[in-house]
Design a binder for this molecule. Structure first.
Ligand code: HEM
Length: 480
């Protein structure tokens, strides 16, 4: 565990803050993208089938989607704030590059999302169902655009293109190259696949929790949960297959674009043999820079890297020597054990969500839907809820820790990125403040989601009836 020992200097404290704000923010991003997408599917089913059950279902899950959207916006603001506070030299370096994509994100994508979310929220019963469902699809489109432009910025950090270095700053020379870079395509499709898994597994999981814990469910509520479970599994299955496909593309790109990150996720210090074996599990001694133990699957790494049973992969020692030659003396080894295990957690969860969603669909088929009767199966579905949070976090750990020691790969180092006037004390205080805030926000989110689940899908309609029975103007009806 040597790699976790670190001094609490300014750079480390700022990195902890970046990790904390990003991880917490990213609990809500894929959750809101995924659940928003499912809510749109549910409302579309209502429009097509004209069955009120789907309307109730849409409104029920919409409340949870809206909660996560709101918390996502708040945590996103905190993340922006920590960038400004701690990483001003980095902001100066990439400012010219990030200005355009982040402006498009804020002005077009986020405005589109926010405008249509407002329209969608306040026009139930005021516009036709077809127009209403268009609003939620436009929200989804805005969310996708938002993710796209943010990932354009992140992709530049992983694989810089379309720039020149002038006076120690990166300046954009080709805007089109920036957003058509293959890295953007890999990251965007993979991130969306991860979000789709999150939506599907989370809705199936929460529906399973409700079927498990709520006794005396009405027929309507039971049917809503059962149908939600199935919709969740279909979406999770599509997401899992997409994550596998897009993840595979990312791996193959890393072999060339970020070989050190790739070697670290495989725990390879020395060059592999040819054909290269893939390591299932291992532990690395980072001080002695060698593997303590490992279980290997022959040929597999060649196949995963090059789609053929031959070809070797460079180890970290060779790559480090190359990087020293190219960029000067320094430590270019990322945290190997964290990368190795994060990658396996992410990929392992992809297999698990694929298995559970396929079996889930099989055991909820019309002919013999035994999943609803078997409590242990409902337990499995409930417990799965946590897995996409773990996989998404693990994925970002691979991406962000793997570019060590760079903030912008090959161009700008983490140690040069820090704000010159930020102090260890201010960082410590802000770290503690954010941590407390996140605990509170997380608690509030869990509380409200739980409350919404407890109320059940029929509460909304009852509330609406009560609202309609109330006088429109609170000062009506003899208040004066
Ligand atoms: C076998 C399946 C998978 C493979 C092979 C795979 C592969 C990868 C690779 C190689 C990266 C690093 C890319 C880079 O640094 O440029 C990555 C990142 C990531 N992965 Fe996966 N992944 C898989 C499954 C999943 C699943 C199931 C999720 C979420 C539910 C997920 C979420 C992410 C996220 C959020 C990132 C960071 C963003 C990005 O760089 O795309 N991955 N994945």
């Amino acid at each position: 565990m040597e790699e976790y020992k670190m001094d609490l200097d300014i750079v480390t404290l700022a990195r902890i803050q970046f990790a904390m704000t990003t991880i917490f923010h990213y609990f809500f991003v894929p959750f809101s993208i995924g659940t928003g997408f499912i809510v749109a599917i549910m409302e579309t089913m209502y429009v097509i089938k004209k069955d009120d059950l789907y309307l109730k279902m849409t409104k029920f899950w919409a409340n949870i989607f809206l909660l996560s959207f709101a918390v996502g916006v708040v945590t996103g603001l905190i993340q922006e704030f920590q960038f400004g506070m701690n990483w001003s030299d980095y902001s100066r370096f990439v400012g010219d590059i990030f200005g355009a994509p982040l402006a498009v994100e804020a002005l077009l994508a986020f405005f589109l999302e926010s405008t249509f979310i407002g329209l969608w929220l306040f026009t139930w019963d005021k516009v036709s169902p077809k127009l209403h469902v268009t609003f939620i699809w436009l929200v989804c489109f805005g969310t996708l655009m938002s993710a796209f432009w943010i990932l354009v910025a992140n992709s530049f950090m992983q694989h810089p293109v379309g720039y020149t270095i002038n006076n120690g700053r990166a300046e954009m020379t080709d805007f089109v190259a920036l957003f058509t870079s293959p890295q953007v395509f890999y990251e965007f499709t993979h991130v969306i696949a991860g979000a789709i898994i999150m939506g599907g597994i989370a809705i199936a999981g929460m529906a399973a929790i409700q079927l498990l814990r709520t006794k005396n469910l009405s027929d309507v509520s039971r049917t809503i949960y059962q149908k939600s479970l199935r919709i969740g599994f279909v979406v999770a299955l599509v997401g899992s297959l997409s994550a596998l496909g897009t993840g595979d593309l990312q791996m193959k790109a890393l072999v060339h674009d970020q070989p050190m990150k790739f070697a670290a996720t495989e725990g390879l210090y020395e060059d592999s043999g040819d054909p290269a074996a893939w390591t299932l599990i291992a532990w690395m001694n980072t001080h002695e820079q060698k593997r303590v133990f490992g279980i290997e699957v022959p040929y597999m790494l060649s196949i995963l890297s090059y789609n053929k049973p031959s070809g070797y992969v460079k180890g970290m020692n060779t790559i480090n020597a190359e990087l020293v030659e190219e960029h000067g003396e320094g430590d270019y080894y990322p945290p190997v054990n964290t990368l190795f295990w994060s990658f396996r957690i992410m990929a392992g969860i992809a297999m698990l969500t694929l298995l559970v969603s396929s079996l889930g669909l099989f055991f909820t088929r019309k002919k013999n839907p035994i999943l609803y009767e078997k409590r242990w199966m409902l337990w499995v579905a409930s417990l799965m809820t946590i897995t996409p949070f773990l996989a998404n976090t693990a994925g970002w750990l691979v991406t962000e820790l793997g570019r060590y020691p760079w903030t912008v790969y090959g161009l700008f180092k983490i140690e040069d990125s820090i704000s010159p006037n930020v102090s260890a004390t201010s960082l410590l205080i802000s770290n503690i403040t954010y941590f407390t805030l996140f605990l509170v926000l997380g608690g509030v989110m869990v509380y409200f989601v739980n409350r919404q689940l407890h109320k059940g899908p029929e509460a909304q309609e009852e509330q609406e009836k009560l609202d309609q029975a109330m006088p429109k103007d609170p000062f009506d009806g003899g208040a004066y």
